[in-house]
Design a protein around this ligand. Structure first.
Ligand code: SF4
Length: 168
């Protein structure tokens, strides 16, 4: 893999917070099990929730679920199935906000957990920018390794589309 082939996107940031092995597998194009039921539930929620507002936006390597104007404030939203992985979802959204900031666009983030009828606002501050920069370097380090990090059982494995690949 060549350095020019790789840029850190929101999906990689999300998985970095969940499983570093998955970052490597995704970045190296290893196919996950597409029949995994949790992938399917995620797709259904994604297709049916907040349809009214849904304007998927792409800016560079950003693909966010929602974008709204609230007065003068631009709000970028991500819809998630559950708040169980809120930390990962927050970092993914911060990555989007930071990418927009680098293009001169000031936006605020909001996480939507429709099944829990909950929303959480996400603000990009200096600490978050520093944390993201460190995380991006760590993600690139993982990707440029020749082998993925070892499979280590964790809470997420039961739902992961790579579980057969890792633990068969
Ligand atoms: S099954 Fe577990 S260890 Fe393997 S990629 Fe998924 S989360 Fe990571």
């Amino acid at each position: 893999m060549h350095t020019k082939d790789v840029s850190v996107n929101g999906t990689l940031v999300w998985y970095y917070c969940i499983c570093k092995r998955e970052v490597w597998l995704l970045a190296h194009g290893i196919e996950a099990d597409q029949d995994n039921e949790f992938l399917e539930i995620g797709r259904i929620i994604d297709e049916n929730t907040y349809k009214r507002d849904k304007k998927e936006i792409e800016v560079g390597n950003i693909k966010a679920d929602l974008i709204r104007k609230e007065g003068e404030q631009l709000v970028v939203g991500e819809v998630k199935k559950s708040s169980k992985y809120k930390e990962a979802a927050t970092m993914q959204l911060l990555h989007y906000l930071n990418t927009l900031r680098q293009r001169g666009i000031d936006a605020k983030g909001r996480l939507f957990f429709p099944e829990e009828r909950k929303t959480v606002d996400v603000i990009l501050d200096d600490d978050a920018i520093q944390k993201l920069e460190k995380m991006e370097i760590e993600i690139l380090k993982i990707i440029y390794e020749n082998k993925p990090p070892k499979a280590v059982k964790k809470r997420f494995c039961g739902k992961c589309a790579y579980s057969e690949f890792c633990f068969a």
